[in-house]
Design a protein. Sequence first.
Length: 305
Amino acid sequence: MNTDLYPKRHLTHVAETVSKRIFEAVLPDEWIVRELGERDYGIDLILELADTHVRGDSISIQLKGKEEISWNRDGNFSFSGISKQTTNYWFTGNLPVFLILVDRKVSEIYFVSVKKHIRRNFSVFKSGQDISYRFIRSAFLSKGDISRFLEEYIAEKNQINLYSAISSAIEFNDKFSSFIEKNYGRDGHMMVDDEDRVNQVTHIWERVRLFCQITNGTWNIPTIKDLAKEMPYNKYNDIAEYHFTEMINQLDEKYFTALQSMHRLVIAEEPDFWMEKEPSAFRFFSEMKEISPLKMFKKDVYGWH
């Protein structure tokens, strides 16, 4: 048979098909893979996460494959060759972007959360150089384990809320410190009949809970009204001053834990990004004290250490 009479199936196309099949084979049956009909410009697929419902949880996927990944002794592999233009496109898009690397020899799949990687290499990104994407062996996707992939997706999806929380940290820290100064350690047996103060502590409670959720902290603090029921002052469950003091004790611990998580992100993990995007927040976390607002108050007022 004269094979020159027919179109040729290029090996690169075969390799791309194999990589795509390996990737799709490990995805939960409920997830939806949407192929792009137009030229992709750095996006091969849109992956929509679903269970019994479709909620619009979508991820942009750039799929790459190698016959065999050559890991270094630390379990890392650096993937280069992504243009600056493509990186810009990924970083400014609305959806989370994941770079997927398939090892065709052993049918293994690894991933990088692209926007997170760019934020952590922001100085290189801003310099105009092409970024190399570092894969690690522990960041894999398999039929029986999608947990880390989901964690990375949720973290990236949550980035807008995290950005807002970090940007507002200065204002809230001042507000919380002022609230502590005015409400902590008052005569515990006095009733609180000031609705404005109750509204203030409720607002503080809501904000600290939000900070805690955004930084993946645990939350078990009751509202001020529920606290009054758990620690009753009288049979009417009225709110007393000692409820305010106890509430501040609990909120301060949770808030400072969340603040430390944000500090680690801004100062240790993504300093160049935050230095440019939110310089006031970067300065705040750079100068942040190693004690909580409540402990700072006790130190200033009582001389406690």
